[in-house]
Write a protein that binds this ligand. Structure first.
Ligand SMILES: NC(=O)c1ccc[n+]([C@@H]2O[C@H](COP(=O)([O-])OP(=O)(O)OC[C@H]3O[C@@H](n4cnc5c(N)ncnc54)[C@H](OP(=O)(O)O)[C@@H]3O)[C@@H](O)[C@H]2O)c1
Length: 235
């Protein structure tokens, strides 16, 4: 956890308390999206910012140089204390818990989106197990950590919406993406079961399955990507 960036965010609490985005029922609506420093997560963040949500995100890289996809509009949301960035790796439960703890001092967490994910297109037919382990660590263990951290909060407030980014790749096995496709299938089935368990607690669970989206993640794909859409369109 980057204490400096968290400190900066905490210093803005006063401004937030006085901000005009207090919802009708008296609380500041909050959504936390992991991995919203670029790609689909960033486009999603933009949509919720426009709907007067306070948006929090986390990523491994939180230096300004990493924010190459930030528009002027996004920078303004940051300046106006509506978009908060924490340094946390989804593989590390305690860093996520700390980020969420700080964010929920500013807003009521209504929605938590486990969006952070990685992919590798393996060029060799023989499996590269090191890469497969990395994908499982981020896409599966990272998701479990995100949900665990979020559910601690949702349980206390008796409501919340967990969302996870699966993929069309979770529906079928394709060459070169065995671990990625398997990780996305896990997310789909996990969310489906969890939604049955948690709806009685007023907690809702949704998985989203985008097709090909033009982001950093697909930039290195050397093959034709049918129905490729922009991140804004996907969000
Ligand atoms: N693009 C597609 O075609 C497509 C299609 C279907 C589903 N998806 C899914 O959609 C999600 C977003 O993908 P994207 O295309 O927007 O990817 P992207 O542009 O590469 O963005 C990924 C985001 O996740 C963060 N991230 C990666 N590993 C992390 C970790 N260990 N801890 C915290 N943050 C981490 C990245 O920041 P840092 O690198 O700084 O940590 C970045 O903010 C992924 O789950 C992906 O599998 C994408």
């Amino acid at each position: 956890m980057n204490q400096k960036s968290s400190q900066l965010d905490l210093e803005n609490q006063e401004n937030i308390a006085q901000s005009k985005i207090v919802a009708k029922n008296g609380h500041v609506k909050g959504i936390f999206i992991t991995g919203a420093t670029r790609g689909i997560g960033l486009s999603l963040a933009q949509i919720y910012l426009k709907q007067n949500y306070l948006v929090g995100t986390c990523a491994r890289q939180t230096s300004e140089e990493a924010f190459t996809e930030f528009s002027e509009e996004i920078q303004n949301y940051r300046k106006n204390h509506k978009f908060f960035i924490y340094q946390a790796d989804v593989r590390d439960l305690s860093s996520l818990q700390l980020a969420l703890e700080q964010f929920t001092k500013l807003a009521k967490l209504e929605i938590l989106v486990a969006n952070a994910g990685i992919a590798f297109q393996q060029k060799k037919a023989w499996p590269q197990f090191k890469i497969s382990h990395e994908i499982i660590d981020v896409n599966i263990h990272g998701l479990l950590n995100t949900f665990e951290a979020g559910l601690d909060i949702f349980k206390q407030q008796n409501f919340g919406h967990l969302v996870a980014m699966s993929s069309l790749a979770g529906y079928l096995g394709l060459p070169g993406v065995s671990a990625y496709a398997a990780s996305k299938a896990f997310i789909r089935y996990y969310c489906e079961s969890l939604s049955l368990d948690l709806s009685q607690h007023n907690i809702f669970v949704t998985s989203i399955c985008p097709g090909y989206v033009k982001t950093n993640l697909t930039k290195k794909n050397g093959h034709y990507m049918p129905f490729l859409v922009s991140a804004d369109k996907a969000a």
